[in-house]
Design a binder for this molecule. Sequence first.
Ligand code: GTQ
Length: 309
Amino acid sequence: MAVPTVWSYGALRDHAMYFAEHLPIEDAQRRVLMLVNPGLQEPPATVNTLYAGIQILLPGEQAPAHRHTSNAFRFVIEGSGVYTTVAGERVHMNPGDLLMTPGMQWHDHFHPGDDPMMWLDGLDYPLINKLEAGFHDIYADEFQKSESPDDISTRQYIHGRLNPTWLRRDSPNTPVGNYPWAETERALAAIGDDVDGCEHDGVALEYTNPLTGGAVLPTIGCRVHRLKPGFAGRPRRHTPSTIYHVVRGHGSTQVGDRLLEWHPHDVFVVPGWASYQHHNGAADDDAVLFSYSDEPVMRALGLHREESL
Ligand code: GTQ
C-alpha cells in the first residue's frame, strides 16, 4: 500500500548528477531516478496507479525514439534548451512547462543547450501494467525527423477559446504539446488575490483539453495550486491518489499521521483516501505546487468520492 512520502530534491539532484557522470546515455537510453514508494516496491510505483521519475539529460545528449501505451507528461524542473520530438513535432522545454506525451506517440529528446537539464516524468504505467495493457515499441531510426513546424500544436491550441476549425481530432488526449509556465503564471496572476479558491487546495487550476474542457490525459489530471501566504488548508480525503511537485515556496502537508515538510522541487505523495492538509509555511510568500492524480480514472469508473474532515 502506498504510504505518505516526501523525496528531497537536494538528494535527488545529487544522485542524478552522479548517474549522469557515470552512466553514458547510450547505455541507458533514458536516465531516470524512479521515486519508489516504500510501500510499493514490487512492482515499483510512486502511488498505486502512477509513477514519478526525475530525468536528467546533459548538453549534447540524445535519448532515442520509442513509444508505449502508457500516457506520460514532463514537468520541467531546471535547465533549458532541450526539445522533445513528439509525433514528429519538436516541443521546446523550459522550467515550469508541462509537456504531453500521450500513449503510443513516438518521442525522443535532444539537448543542444549548455547546462544539465532535469525534469519530472509522470506516467500511468503502474495502472496500465495492472490492466495488462503495457506495450512498447522501438523506433526504426534512432531519432524522428521534424515533420511539422516547431511547437505548432501549442501555438494552435494554447489559447483554449480559439481553436483551429480545420483540424478534426477524435482523441481522448489534449492536442496541446506544451502548457508553458508563462501561461500558467499569467492565469494565476489574472486571478490575483480576488478569490479565496478552494479551502482544501488553494487557488487550484486544472490544465484542460481545450476541445473538451476535460483532463489532459484519459488517466491523469494535472493541476497547479497557489497557496497564499500563511494558507492553512482544511483537511479532506478523496479516492484519487495524488503526486505533488513543489514549484516554489516552503511548507508542509499533514498526510494521515505523517507531517511531510517540503521545499522547492521536492516531490511528495498523498495516497488515495489518506487525509491531507496543506500549509504554506511562509507568512509573506506564495507557495506553488504542481499536482497530478488518477482522478479521471476514478470519475470514469464512478469511484470518485471525497470527504471534508
Ligand atoms: O522520457 O520517454 O521516466 O519512456 C519513463 C518512460 C521517461 C521517456 C520515463 C519513458 C520516459
